[in-house]
Ligand binder design. Structure first.
Ligand SMILES: *[C@@H]1O[C@H](CO)[C@@H](O)[C@H](O)[C@H]1NC(C)=O
Length: 378
């Protein structure tokens, strides 16, 4: 007996008292509202599910206290009007560390004037008289204290440079003729060049640049020797496929990618001032990417390209600085409970609203019908 009364009492708590099936009627209006609300429910459910399946990214800012890391610079730039033989790549940082004429991790790909890649055909094998390693060839009057012999074309150029002489009759210099120096320069005259690869530098401010001419140190000043080109003017049009500082993470924006700079005038100098923001990105599986974002401003001007370098050199220069503030992104899974709440809200909400609409339609239809019947009767 006691159990029965317990169930009786439990029934009191039913918030959903049922009406008898016989007292219910099904209407066309109700059916169409059910179908429409069903469709809306499915749409809202899918959008809620989609939202649940995306990752939430939480940004945090703090002062970058990491030390001693290296900064990796990825580069892929096309110079349609600048032959590879002319182009040199240098990097320098505020600590004074220089990387001149980088070629260990940077590659130059020759391009035809139309922009097609040129397969570098292997050096022609010509039977050469073996050179005497102990030889001492003339520097054509440019000998100095520490440079008495010029055994290669490079040596002669170096000697000329030290004297501050113009080096423009390479054809008359035996060493250069032997090395096919002017042939190489002439053959590539109309070509373009694609520079790609990466450099690893100290994580301090610095710069790197792409400019015609051979770079060297002269009284602690970095200068480019443009004399060899005999007053030639350069078209520094360039297409940046990619410039980034570190690895990519989902959603990274590299503002320079796929940008084109057409040089309307010869001898232009492009300066990109880059502010690097160290960034870490932690995925939900705990994997962390240490990388950098950056913002950039650009400046360009026409320069004379004098050896003194006072007014600057034609070329593309990147001057970068590091921000002391670091951004940390953390991917987090969205809460399942939240998702469940959302789904219940959708189902319940639509059900209730649809019920209201249905009863409104039903009752007003009945009132209307009654009015019509009344009108007929009289
Ligand atoms: C430099 O080259 C680009 C692309 O080939 C061209 O559009 C531009 O007119 C050239 N500039 C000059 C000054 O010749």
């Amino acid at each position: 007996m006691a159990t029965k009364s317990f169930y009786e009492r439990l029934r009191q708590f039913d918030a959903y008292p049922k009406t008898l099936e016989d007292f219910r009627i099904k209407t066309y209006g109700g059916a169409s509202i059910t179908i429409i609300s069903g469709i809306i429910m499915v749409i809202l459910f899918i959008s809620e599910l989609n939202y649940y399946l995306t990752k939430e990214i939480q940004p945090e800012l703090f002062v970058d206290t990491s030390r001693g890391q290296k900064l990796r610079i990825n580069v892929d730039i096309i110079f349609p009007k600048l032959p590879c033989a002319y182009l040199s790549i240098d990097a320098m940082d505020v600590s004074g560390e220089q990387q001149i004429d980088l070629d260990h991790s940077m590659f130059k790909q020759r391009l035809t004037p139309e922009g097609q890649k040129i397969e570098d055909n292997p050096e022609k094998m010509t039977v050469k008289k073996p050179l005497d390693p102990k030889r001492c060839e003339s520097c054509y009057g440019a000998e100095s204290g520490d440079l008495k012999c010029c055994n290669t074309c490079e040596d002669v150029r170096e000697a000329y440079r030290k004297k501050g002489w113009a080096f423009n009759e390479a054809e008359t210099i035996e060493q250069c003729e032997r090395e096919g120096w002017s042939d190489k320069m002439n053959a590539q005259k109309n070509e373009g060049c694609q520079v790609y690869g990466y450099l690893e530098v100290n994580k301090v401010a610095g710069n790197f640049h792409f400019a015609p001419g051979k770079s060297f140190q002269q009284q602690h000043v970095h200068v480019h020797d443009l004399q060899a080109f005999g007053g030639k003017k350069f078209n520094i049009t360039h297409i940046i496929n990619n410039v980034s500082f570190g690895k990519d993470y989902p959603g990274i924006v590299n503002p320079l990618d796929s940008t084109v700079q057409v040089a309307e005038e010869m001898q232009k100098m492009y300066q990109y001032y880059v502010k690097i923001v160290p960034t870490t990105y932690t995925k939900t599986n705990g994997e962390t990417v240490y990388t950098n974002q950056f913002s950039v401003t650009k400046n360009d001007k026409i320069v004379s390209g004098k050896l003194s370098g006072e007014t600057g050199l034609p070329g593309v220069f990147f001057i970068y600085e590091l921000s002391p503030i670091m951004v940390k992104y953390t991917e987090v899974q969205r809460s399942f409970m939240h998702f469940l709440t959302g789904v219940c809200a959708i189902i319940g909400g639509i059900f209730t609203v649809a019920g209201l609409i249905d009863s409104m339609i039903y009752h007003s239809a009945r009132v209307l019908q009654e009015k019509i019947d009344l009108g007929k009767a009289t």
